[in-house]
Design a protein around this ligand. Sequence first.
Ligand code: 5AD
Ligand code: FES
Length: 365
Amino acid sequence: MDTTIKEILTQEEFSKKNIIRLLKSEGEDRTLLFKKSADVKEKFIGNKVWFRGLIEFSNVCGKDCLYCGIRKGNKNLERYSLSDDEILAAARFAYDNRYGSIALQSGELESQFVTNRIESLLHKIKELSNGELGVTLSVGEQEPEVYKKWYEAGAHRYLLRVESTNQDLYNKIHPNDSKHNFNRRLECLKSLQDIGYQTGTGVMIGLPFQTIDDLAGDLLFMKEFNIDMCGMGPYIEHADTPLIEHAENLLPLKERFDLTLKMIAIIRIMMRDINIVAATALQTIDPIGREKAVKIGANILMPNITPGKYRDSYKLYDNKPCTDDSAEDCQSCLEARVRLADAEVIYGEWGDSKHYNGRRLKAKG
Ligand code: 5AD
Ligand code: FES
């Protein structure tokens, strides 16, 4: 007879077969999975949530990912870039509201101009916050020297979603050219880790052609790669992207949502002390989607502090929530939401991944 879900959940390491069983769990088994992941979070993280003020500072992108609303080829979109002053004002808002840290995110561009601009912004952000505000970058693939420069200028966390760790699937959701190379993405992740960043990655869930086997592989990859932070969200189709032609073959939104919660729960159990973000895309499907993620394992929320007039244009997918809110609205809304999940927002701390600290201590021997 097969092992029961209860037995699987007592194991220290999960085999691929057992991860697949967990991803397929229903009813009481599913409840057991979520109970276990909530317990692991409570034990290793506490019922806490840290904020990262998210500044989507530009939707200009040099790439053409087939799923993404801000892809270069999408002409139905007004492009914007915040001025340095606007970015710094948003950073100051985060600092004044004791967010602890911010995340700078944009489309992917590689150029000397971008390198220098971000370096100079990092210095200015450190200056305006007396070195206190932590900075996460999420600006795509870059050369190791560039990552190093930014690290030295004060960035200490980097998010680069691998999107899918199955190379065949990766190739199906990206153009097949040198700008969208699976191996380069992995090399970038490796160099971020080597330089010393807290390194975050993740995947989209419910992509066309994606199987449960792929998702189990993604979780094993993250464990093997020893990531510090994880950001995973449901894939949500966007009308102005090439992948829209597969919309009819997708899992129903509710199932993509449910699978995302299970992915979060399983990675929380597999890598108990990493930071896990409750992705905004969850809220597109369920109004209290992010709260549900916090309950079963996520510990990071990213209130959007991009100036309101630009929010509508950072549309990675259709029906992105909160594009009409101001930064203040976002904060009070999220606070109430965190309380709803019986958790507590921790202000004035970076909220570093405990996993990272453990990993660094081990490396020092
Ligand atoms: N649905 C869900 N997530 C998306 N992203 C991009 N396009 C979509 C989409 N259509 C995610 C990618 C990217 C992150 C910034 O947004 O995973 O890494
Ligand atoms: Fe911009 Fe993929 S479309 S990084």
